[in-house]
Write a protein that binds this ligand. Sequence first.
Ligand SMILES: Nc1ncnc2c1ncn2[C@@H]1O[C@H](COP(=O)(O)OP(=O)(O)OP(=O)(O)O)[C@@H](O)[C@H]1O
Length: 243
Amino acid sequence: MMSSSPAVSVRDLRVVRGGREVLHGLSFDVPQGAVLGLLGPSGCGKTTLMRALVGVQIVQSGTVTVLGEPAGSRGLRRRVGYATQSPAVYTDLSVTENLRYFASVLGAPRGDVARVIDEVGLGRSRDQVVATLSGGQLNRANLAVALLGSPELLVLDEPTVGLDPVLRQELWELFRELADRGTTLVVSSHVMDEAGRTDRLLLMREGQILADGAPGALRERTGADDLEGAFLHLITERAGSPS
Ligand SMILES: Nc1ncnc2c1ncn2[C@@H]1O[C@H](COP(=O)(O)OP(=O)(O)OP(=O)(O)O)[C@@H](O)[C@H]1O
């Protein structure tokens, strides 16, 4: 059951970067235990929005409430996990050494290290130095850090980039399992076929929300066979309507 109070609530969020407004007044909620997909072309503002959710982005105006507190509050530090696009792990340490280090920094239980290595499927590479991992393994090591401490909200910036279809599927299964246990996930992607695995989709374009809803409902509303078609339909519709 999803709880009635949303895990994330964003109202009229405006962000300026490099002297230019890049998020133009976004509003949306993410229910607890939902997997929200953030989709849109490169540069549309996905990373900026995620930075605002974890509280590392200076915002011009609007509010971002996470688990009942303003984004970035001290009390949220252990309750929110964030995996950035560029891996934060140390290249000269092994996978296990990295996770032990981050577990101690985050105050996560030591037993978490083995759990998260298993969850991301890096068991066979646990003692490998990060510099020698493949791109996909590196991605998963980075994701494992975000899973330490079992945060209630996971914000994952393109976690499946560079992974083969089998690994991508495994990771989406993990996201689903985490959501079933009550974790809320915000996952960005620019791969449309991944969007169908989410509970809710936020389609973004040029710093605005084009659509917000369940993948099936978006397909139905636009009459498109797939989400790629739905996305294109919405862009055309928007272009044709007076704003
Ligand atoms: N440090 C920065 N200074 C100035 N402008 C920036 C900065 N970082 C991002 N931007 C601009 O903000 C806008 C949104 O960028 P953002 O990284 O949020 O997009 P994105 O949707 O995550 O793209 P991608 O999928 O390529 O990661 C872009 O126009 C980008 O050029």
